[in-house]
Design a protein around this ligand. Structure first.
Ligand code: SF4
Length: 526
């Protein structure tokens, strides 16, 4: 019997998110290798660890799979050092973000590992088997792998996984996630029916453009498991919940309702999904009226919150650079439809990118005011991550041949082309740094399971007030650069001073409650 360890390395944020990737892989390993293996599934986040070392001190593993995340390269490096020291005989496999988007750079540093690119349900067990049978030559015939052989990089063919054959995840860590008020997650589909946004890694992740719906029975069974375990607010991880089959959404809403009425699914279960703005507008399936009908059916089944990646209110960013396939007016309409239905709205927004110009920053701000989202709990003021192997990342690499991937952020670092935009962005980052940890913690609270007696709305309300101040601060800084007068540094300093007073006033009303929430529900660091 060989021991296999699967570890989710987590992120530096204090958000407890169910490590669904490794819980998904575990049953495939067991199905393929049967009683030849014993699989342990661990999460550094749940165990509050910075490295896999304690696991390796306790048990000898023949193979170790590390599921990597953004901004966790230090945890990855520490874990690799631990495997070399405590488990030098073990084979190490890398999955998720680093293995999918930056495998060549990772292999440059760790040539002994095997990277599993994208979906690993079929590839990982086959690769494990080949390694256990000491038949490394077989690896070249297994899809979705990258590794070094005789000093050369081998990238095997890509192959999407057929989710119709999916096995239910082995929810070994779910109970602990619930205990820590974390986020329970499940899948209803993978991929995106649009698959055309310039910054998006969906094609690389799933080895193609296909939108792949899981069978309805699978979704229902998985939701029932989460319900039985005690989850009230699970998240669907789907990139595009409607995809190109809205009849299926109607059926699913009906089945969830039936499950609730029959007592198989907790009646209080409420759901979070991701939708494209065009889906909310019913583009391609009967327009707004049909979309509202569908959303209403889902709401009756328990839909609570919808994430929409609106990304921008700037014409050129939306159409030319992000290639979102929507206009700012459509984005506003989508937000309003959700609000009118009484659904909570979560938003994706990428305010700055390499090509942003000063007037475009104003265009985005005007959009934020017009859409009435300045006082919203989402972080709207962010910059684009140029992720390798996305359409924008590929273009960036071609035009910047000496660019090196930042393996911690899994992105190509870049300078803004406009000096004014660069100054504004870093002024804002500095301003935001003062309360970023606190806000992340509060956000994590909202996203996770809410302990009884507490309200997600209350915490969102607190975050929104800080976010609104962020927008006002950014507006004032942009105004300094717009007016053509001199002494910009001095005037920016004045803005910072003025807004520090506003923030102190806000803090004096809210800080006590914020600190109390954080100290009670998160590993809050000061
Ligand atoms: S709509 Fe979302 S999932 Fe689809 S390509 Fe755009 S960002 Fe990616």
């Amino acid at each position: 019997m060989k021991n296999v360890l699967l570890v989710d390395l987590g992120t530096p944020r204090d958000e407890i998110s169910e490590p669904l990737g490794i819980e998904t892989l575990a049953p495939y390993v067991e199905a393929a290798l049967g009683d030849q293996v014993s699989v342990d599934v661990k999460s550094l986040e749940l165990d509050n660890l910075e490295t896999v070392q304690p696991y390796l001190e306790q048990k000898k593993y023949a193979a170790i799979g590390l599921s990597t995340k953004i901004r966790a390269y230090d945890k990855f490096q520490r874990s690799m050092a631990a495997t070399m020291h405590y488990a030098s005989e073990s084979k190490v496999f890398i999955g998720d973000i680093l293995a999918t988007y930056a495998y060549d750079d990772v292999l440059g540093q760790y040539p002994e590992v095997i990277c599993v690119r994208g979906e690993g349900e079929e590839s990982f067990p086959l690769a494990l088997k080949a390694v256990f049978e000491q038949d490394d030559a077989r690896l070249e015939g297994i899809s979705n792998l990258a590794f070094i052989r005789s000093g050369r990089l081998v990238e095997t063919e890509r192959a999407p996984f057929d989710v119709k054959k999916a096995l239910l995840p082995k929810r070994l860590l779910t109970q602990e996630v619930l205990k820590q008020h974390g986020i329970g997650r499940l899948e209803a589909s993978r991929g995106c029916a649009y698959a055309n946004c310039g910054f998006c890694g969906v094609i690389e992740k799933y080895a193609g453009r296909e939108w792949k719906p899981f069978p309805l029975e699978f979704i229902l069974q998985d939701l029932t498991v989460l319900s039985e375990l005690g989850f009230i607010s699970p998240y669907f991880t789907d990139e595009d919940f409607f995809g190109n089959d809205t009849d299926r959404v109607t059926q699913l809403a009906g089945l969830i309702g039936e499950g609730k009425r029959a007592g198989n699914i907790n009646r209080d279960i409420n759901l979070y999904i991701n939708l494209r703005a065009n889906s909310i507008l019913g583009v391609g399936f009967g327009g707004e009226e049909e979309a509202v009908k569908l959303l209403t059916q889902l709401k009756v089944a328990g839909l609570r919150e919808v994430f929409v990646g609106i990304e921008s209110g700037c014409k050129d960013q939306l159409a030319k650079r992000y290639t979102k396939g929507v206009t700012k007016q459509k984005n506003i309409r989508a937000i309003n439809i959700l609000r009118d239905l009484g659904l909570e709205v979560d938003l994706g927004f990428i305010f700055f990118d390499e090509d942003s110009e000063l007037p475009e920053l104003r265009e985005n701000l005007n959009f934020i005011y017009e859409a009435n989202i300045a006082r919203h709990d989402c972080q709207l003021i962010k910059r684009l991550r140029v992720e390798p192997r996305t359409p924008i990342g590929v273009k960036f690499a071609a035009t910047h041949p000496s660019a090196k991937i930042d393996l911690n952020a899994v992105e190509y670092p870049y300078r803004f082309k406009s000096a004014a935009v660069e100054a504004i962005f870093y002024t804002f980052c500095e301003w935001q740094r003062a309360d970023l940890d606190v806000i992340y913690n509060l956000q994590a609270f909202c996203r996770g399971e809410i302990p009884s007696g507490y309200s997600r709305q209350e915490v969102k309300g607190i975050i929104s007030q800080y976010r609104e101040l962020d927008v006002q601060f950014l507006d004032a800084v942009i105004a300094v650069f717009e007016d053509g007068q001199d002494n910009k540094d001095g005037r920016v300093r004045e803005v910072i001073k003025e807004f520090a007073v506003h923030r102190n006033t806000l803090d004096s009303f809210l800080a006590q409650r914020v600190y109390w929430l954080n100290s009670n529900f998160r590993r809050f660091k000061t």
